[in-house]
Design a binder for this molecule. Structure first.
Ligand code: ADP
Ligand code: ZN
Length: 661
């Protein structure tokens, strides 16, 4: 009797057997998504094999309800990668498959006719400089040999990394092999789709969370059957099912967006390397501020280091001025007088300005004038943020909205005041100071409305805007040649967060945003407003000195025993009742401690501690941190199944988390 083996996206570490629909050839269902009754629910699952079994008397098998796909979506490689994810990030095969082949992806009702491809808009390539030529040669040599190799392309801002990527893509295309290009933000995808379409015509797919389920299906099948050759996208584009993959490029490889924060917490860079090995393909990780772990790998020859140490046309890196309010003059607003002067000069020369502040809203703190207590979200243990137009208080974690006439929850006083600075306040101040300037703000609030990314990008590119204000989404990648001034307001927002990566993140952000300045013919400059001018993250960013930063920071990691000197797992324990969350996290800690001891796992356990924001949306959050090597961590993580928590407690595990907050 023929049965189908299903991987079901539930947290159970096994596969399940079902009968095929009566009138279909079971062999033709393998690799497709199907609907099946699972307990009381109907779920979408993945058929991974078809077996002939003899004794089925005591197997009361259900029949699958419906086959969802016309064609098989799963290849041998898919199963291999899914198994890798399942093993290395502790999830079931079905859960792994669900992050590779979205359950929600939908077949179009009618199959659209293939559009005739537009004539390729041939765009002339730049003549590569010596460093770019060297980089391209190294990469393409490996492409041509068809052997796996992984590179770290460490190229300073505006050193022309894109051009190197494009030349490698061309080489892959010549061999009739496909390319995946990953970017950390949709905003950057826009810019590259623009560049790539000009070079390569309509051979390109764009994959990110914003596209529809039908579009996703169509892209997925085109990638699978060769209808497109290049997939540009965010993290999950790493799974684009090319069968003849030659090249995977991960731009801004240091970005934590490459790490999925929900289960399975895979790292797209790691998947890229796995797929590279499978296809004998070349992987290029690019950045002006490589992650400590990748740079360490490069020094230890686990990655091939390629450096681009000069800007295009040997342009100078921008001069960075660090200002602090102590040595500044008296100031009433957010912007120091020297900053205002610099903006004014740039505008009078008809140059563009970028103003960066990593905090959206108007003011992040609302305080009672009488008793001084901070107005917190009723559902979360964090201050609400004051927003203008329309005026309201907003929680950035649960979305709670209150009107402005908030009453102090401690003393019932109605006289509240706001403190601190967000992007809206900066926008307001700039609008007052520079009445004729065209100003655009791009942050989590404005970016949510469709088309605003494109508006910001095109508006800056076509010089319709004079000033672009924004959060981290404007900090990297953008190439606007008329930007000659970048202002960083309050560079310290991320410096003292209780996380082992906060210093690294601050250095990367400042270096990246500074790198937006002076990319064209004018010499660029940067102003950094900070209250910690002496901090090495800021000093090194000022001097454009990644290597010194690396040397200092890597010593800190070694001293404190943090990655890349150990591997990590973060276990979260959540419950709506504070007491339960506390009790369960204590119990779990003892369980882990004794299990590690019994199994002789050399691990260090920390905690349990409350998360940095101890309560979000009325759920209390605790953490236990495991330090050690990955093998031991995974062994312990797999035994987590044996722990019985109380009802209502959620326990999640993140392997190699990108932060501990
Ligand atoms: P990066 O990604 O390293 O910050 P980009 O790839 O955006 O830098 O390149 C910076 C600018 O230099 C872009 O406008 C690009 O078109 C231009 N450029 C790149 N390579 C060359 C070259 N060989 N000759 C002239 N201009 C170049
Ligand atoms: Zn809230």
């Amino acid at each position: 009797m023929i049965v189908l083996e299903l991987a079901v996206p539930v947290p159970l570490n096994k596969t399940f057997y079902y009968l095929p629909p009566e009138n279909l050839n079971p062999k033709n269902i393998v690799g497709k998504r199907v609907k099946a009754q699972f307990g009381k629910r109907t779920l979408t699952a993945y058929v991974i094999s078809c077996l002939d079994v003899e004794n089925t008397d005591d197997l009361k098998l259900k029949r699958i309800i419906e086959v969802e796909d016309n064609d098989s979506l799963i290849t041998e490689e898919t199963v291999e990668i899914a198994n890798y994810i399942s093993k290395n990030y502790v999830c079931s095969l079905g859960e792994a498959l669900a992050s590779m082949i979205p359950v929600s992806m939908k077949l179009p009702k009618r199959i659209p006719k293939n559009k005739i491809a537009d004539g390729e808009e041939i765009c002339e390539n730049h003549i590569l400089n010596a460093q770019q030529t060297n980089a391209v040669n190294l990469i393409n040599k490996n492409l041509k040999k068809k052997i796996y190799n992984a590179f770290l392309l460490y190229g300073i801002t505006a050193s022309g990394k894109t051009e190197v990527y494009i030349n490698a893509v061309e080489c892959a295309l010549k061999q009739n092999r496909s390319t995946i290009m990953l970017f950390p933000e949709i905003s950057l995808t826009t810019q590259f789709v623009d560049i790539m379409t000009k070079r390569f015509g309509t051979n390109i797919g764009v994959w990110h969370s914003g596209i529809s389920n039908v579009e996703k299906y169509s892209l997925f099948s085109k990638a699978k059957n060769g209808g497109i050759k290049i997939m540009i996208g965010a993290r999950s584009a790493v799974f684009a099912p090319f069968e003849n993959l030659g090249l995977i490029i991960v731009d801004e490889e240091h970005e934590r967006a490459y790490k999925q924060d929900k289960k399975p917490s895979y790292d797209a860079r790691e998947i890229a390397k796995q797929r590279g090995v499978y296809h004998n393909a070349v992987v290029v990780l690019g950045s002006a501020t490589p992650s400590l772990e990748s740079y360490k790998d490069a020094i230890e020859n686990k990655l091939n280091l390629i450096e681009l140490s000069e800007r295009i046309h040997k342009r100078d890196l921008p001069e960075v001025k660090v200002l602090t309010s102590k040595n500044g003059t008296f100031q009433t607003g957010v912007l120091f007088s020297e900053t205002i002067e610099a903006v004014s000069k740039a505008l009078s020369r008809r140059e563009q300005v970028i103003v960066f502040l990593n905090r959206r809203g108007y003011s992040p703190v609302i305080m009672c004038r009488k008793c001084g207590s901070v107005y917190q979200c009723p559902n979360c243990s964090i201050s609400m943020v004051f927003h203008r137009n329309p005026d309201m208080l907003k929680c950035h974690y649960c979305g709670e909205i209150k009107n402005l006439s908030a009453t102090c929850s401690k003393c019932k006083n109605k006289d509240m005041t706001v403190f601190g600075t967000g992007t809206q306040k900066v926008e307001n101040e700039l609008k007052k100071l520079f009445k004729n300037a065209k100003i655009f703000r791009l942050d989590g609030d404005t970016a949510s409305s469709k088309g605003n990314y494109e508006k910001a990008y095109n508006g800056m590119k076509n010089e319709e805007y004079d000033i672009l204000i924004g959060t981290q989404m404007i900090a990297k990648g953008f190439d606007f040649p008329r930007v000659s001034l970048v202002c960083v307001i309050d560079a310290d927002t991320s410096l003292y967060l209780p996380d082992f990566k906060s210093v690294e993140k601050t250095f990367q952000l400042i270096t990246q945003v500074a790198g937006r300045s002076g990319r064209g013919d004018m010499r660029g400059s940067v102003i950094v407003q900070t209250s910690h001018p002496q901090h090495y993250a800021i000093e090194c960013a000022k001097n454009h000195d990644f290597v010194s930063f690396y040397k200092t920071e890597i010593e800190e990691r070694k001293r404190l025993f943090y990655p890349p000197y150990c591997d990590l797992a973060k276990i979260s324990i959540r419950n709506k009742e504070e007491k339960r969350a506390e009790e369960d996290s204590e119990k779990l800690f003892s369980f882990l401690e004794s299990t590690a001891k019994i199994c002789k796992l050399n691990l260090k356990l920390l905690g349990p501690v409350s998360a940095y924001i101890a309560k979000i949306n009325n759920v209390y959050r605790k953490y236990i941190i495991i330090k050690g090597d990955r093998g031991n961590i995974l062994e312990l993580a797999r035994l987590l199944e044996d722990f019985k928590q109380s009802s209502g407690t959620f326990i999640g595990i993140e392997i190699m988390p990108s932060d501990l907050i």
